[in-house]
Design a protein around this ligand. Structure first.
Ligand SMILES: [Zn+2]
Length: 218
């Protein structure tokens, strides 16, 4: 059961209050997708993950919270560009504004995840070419740097595959396979390799990836 509430929140950046929808509870029964998008009702709560101040445009998970970096960010040209972006979807634009803030803070992984969330919004709108462009944009936040986190590398692998970026996805798969991964990572990477070879950019859950492997092995 998903439930919402509305509250008046005071913006951390400009101090003005606005009414915001707050997600009170939801569920995520079922396997998440390979890019860790949750299943169940939580999937459709994406429009409440970020709040936006209607006065100054500050975007945050909680409008009442922030720090010095949030204050300086709303003064930048990057912020103005992101918050006035003529994106066809306001929820998508909020995630991209958040990604711009993540970049401002030097947090590349957060920028990757915020942009991936924007791609999910495009998925839901069935805006396929836009979703692809957003996945490539998400991946670009991680490009040129060594990623240590296995979690992030597996997410990136799915983002590249879903964006039909076959060469980059294949290169990452080869790199991961050479590392002799353990369960369940080995099975997941192996599933990706098969899907990449088949040039399949479809959406799969982690459970499907694991079952696919066991079927092939059996
Ligand atoms: Zn504000």
């Amino acid at each position: 059961m998903t439930s919402y509430d509305t509250k008046r929140l005071r913006c951390y950046c400009c101090g003005k209050t606005s009414e915001q929808t707050i997600l009170m509870s939801t569920n995520s029964f079922g396997s998440p997708d390979l890019d860790q998008r949750s299943a169940g009702m939580e999937r459709s709560t994406i429009d409440t993950w970020l709040q936006e101040c209607p006065f100054c445009g500050y975007v945050a998970f909680d409008l009442e919270k922030g720090d010095e970096r949030a204050m300086t960010f709303v003064e930048t040209a990057e912020f103005r560009a992101a918050s006035t972006d003529p994106s066809p979807d306001p929820v998508e634009r909020r995630f991209l504004a958040r990604a711009a803030f993540d970049v401002h803070c030097g947090d590349r992984r957060a920028a990757f995840l915020s942009t991936l969330s924007a791609a999910w919004v495009a998925d839901d709108r069935k805006a396929l070419s836009e979703a692809t462009a957003l996945r490539l944009k998400a991946a670009a936040h991680l490009a040129g740097h060594r990623i240590r986190s296995m979690d992030t590398r597996l997410l990136l692998l799915d983002v590249l595959r879903r964006a039909s970026s076959w060469e980059a996805a294949d290169a990452l798969t080869t790199e991961l396979i050479a590392e002799e991964l353990e369960h369940p990572f080995a099975e997941i990477v192996s599933f990706h390799r098969e899907r990449i070879e088949a040039k399949d950019n479809g959406r799969y859950t982690i459970a499907e990836a694991l079952a696919g492997k066991s079927k092939a092995a059996g």
